[in-house]
Structure formats: structure tokens, C-alpha cells
Write a protein of this length. Structure first.
Length: 113
């Protein structure tokens, strides 16, 4: 998967444009992702991601970095052996695109704020 373009509220992945928050898995994009509390990433919001066992999770916190990732959520991911990088979404998209094809990477991206 490749992020072709990101701008506030829009992302294009492999030629398809989405206007809602997304989770990019190695083989698909989930455009139905919504968090229990919109700007607060909780453990429960990551159940499908944890089950997919990525080596790296890249979290995009929005154009301005409004979405927060609490320490408890980061500790859960660490305990599961998932390296996690938390960045503003534009930077997260760039990091995602730089990952080697043989690495299991998932990106959870907030597209606005």
C-alpha cells in the first residue's frame, strides 16, 4: 500500500481517495475507523490493529496533532511487542511510505484537526 497524497480531511491510498479516518493494513484500507472518543486514542480503539500483529504502528494525530495517545495506550502496544510512532498525519504518511515492503506496518490516521 502507498499513500499517494494527504491533505486536511483527505487521503489517497493506491489511487483511491478517502475522506474519513483510516487504518491502512498491508492488504486493505479500513475507512470505517472511529474512536470511542474522537480525539483520544484508547486501547479499545486498537483491538483490530493489535490482532493483526504489526511490527510497527504509525499513528497520525491529525493535521495539527489534536488527537492524543495516552501513556496507557502506548504501554499496551509496547507490551504486545508493537513498535509505535506517533506523529502529525502528514509526517505519519511520509514515514509509512518509507517503510520496507517486507515489514508488517499499519497506519492509523486521523485526517482532520
Amino acid at each position: 500500500m502507498h499513500i499517494d497524497h494527504y491533505s486536511f480531511g483527505r487521503i489517497t491510498v493506491d489511487g483511491k481517495t478517502f475522506t474519513s479516518d483510516v487504518i491502512i493494513y498491508p492488504d486493505r484500507v479500513d475507512a470505517t475507523w472511529w474512536r470511542k472518543e474522537g480525539h483520544y486514542l484508547q486501547k479499545a480503539d486498537l483491538a483490530d490493529i493489535v490482532a493483526a500483529e504489526p511490527q510497527l504502528l504509525i499513528v497520525g494525530t491529525g493535521a495539527h496533532g489534536v488527537m492524543t495517545v495516552p501513556e496507557g495506550t502506548l504501554r499496551l502496544l509496547e507490551a504486545k511487542g508493537i513498535e509505535t510512532r506517533v506523529l502529525k498525519t502528514a509526517d505519519a504518511a511520509e514515514l509509512f511510505n518509507r517503510q520496507p515492503a517486507d515489514r508488517r506496518v499499519i497506519a492509523a490516521l486521523h485526517l482532520t484537526c
